[in-house]
Design a protein around this ligand. Structure first.
Ligand SMILES: [Fe+2]
Length: 301
């Protein structure tokens, strides 16, 4: 590890801007050590660059300084860096059968010292701890309560950006491939009660409740309830992927009826949140103990 993880407060001198282009270059060099012809590897490299751009858009919508906008972009560049080793070692992105990829990414960067490869970007000591938290928590079901407002903001920018891009990935990649299930598993299955209850309560779906093919689809639709910032809702509407997911036509009558209700809920929620943001999102269920926050993270993001 390069610089020590200093005791006490270390201020960022900010004599110069962070060099995001250098960080992006370092990331691409790192990714190129893996097989970029592998669909999984390519997907994660593309996803990373899109998340970086979405972080920029959200940060700018919040009126953040250039320095803080760069910092948000850097969290986007680094957030999934452990995905490459995950797929090399375990041949899967499924955290449940391998590692929690957010923790793995943070460990790779800050325990094993990969962050030092990014020193050309000009990362100061105080930023390191903030970046580590944002990376480590990017897939947590709920953020822990003991974050500062600044930490929470950077976590939320990254989490929003990540979810927005995952909606794209899920729309552009056939569901049968994403979930490794046959077409019938989506067309004929029912929405489980727990998943339906989560959606009607405007909650991200607890993956422990997901059992059927259509449950997985609902889980991704529910990402909208985890979004925080008005710009994120605007971006989701602009993308149009969520609307397409909501128009999924089930062959199961009970599912069609539940989907009709879910569509109403989501559309109303989106319209309101696009102008106000979500006061609840990212904080719902905040009385859940800290250790529980990590139990039901979504391993697809
Ligand atoms: Fe991730």
């Amino acid at each position: 590890m390069g610089q020590g993880m200093g005791q006490g407060t270390v201020l960022c001198p900010r004599e110069m801007y962070m060099d995001i282009a250098a960080a992006r270059q370092t990331f691409l060099q790192y990714a190129s050590r893996y097989d970029l012809n592998d669909v999984k590897i390519r997907l994660k490299a593309d996803h990373t660059l899109r998340v970086e751009e979405l972080c920029r858009q959200i940060a700018q919508s919040l009126g953040l300084s250039q320095e803080d906008t760069d910092l948000a972009c850097l969290t986007g560049i680094l957030h999934d860096i452990g995905r490459f080793e995950q797929v090399r070692i375990y041949h899967t992105f499924r955290d449940a059968v391998s590692v929690n990829h957010a923790q793995f990414s943070a460990d790779l960067l800050f325990r094993d010292g990969l962050i030092d490869d990014f020193s050309d970007a000009g990362i100061c000591e105080a930023d390191r701890s903030l970046i580590e938290k944002a990376v480590r928590l990017h897939n947590a079901y709920i953020l822990p309560e003991d974050l500062t407002d600044r930490e929470r903001m950077f976590c939320n920018i990254l989490r929003d950006a990540d979810k927005i891009d995952i909606l794209r990935v899920n729309r552009e990649t056939p569901m049968t491939q994403i979930y490794d299930l046959p077409e019938e598993a989506f067309l004929d299955s029912e929405i489980s009660d727990g998943v339906y209850a989560d959606l009607l309560a405007h909650r991200n779906v607890d993956r422990a409740n997901s059992r059927t093919g259509v449950d997985f689809l609902m889980g991704h639709i529910a990402f909208v309830f985890g979004l925080v910032y008005p710009e994120s809702f605007r971006l989701v509407r602009e993308q149009g992927y969520l609307a397409k997911m909501l128009s999924f036509e089930s062959r199961n009558a009970a599912t069609r009826e539940r989907m009709r209700r879910i569509r109403e809920e989501v559309e109303t929620y989106l319209a309101e949140a696009a102008s106000h943001g979500s006061a609840y999102a990212g904080r719902r269920g905040y009385n859940i103990p800290r250790e529980m926050c990590f139990l039901s993270g979504d391993d697809s993001i």
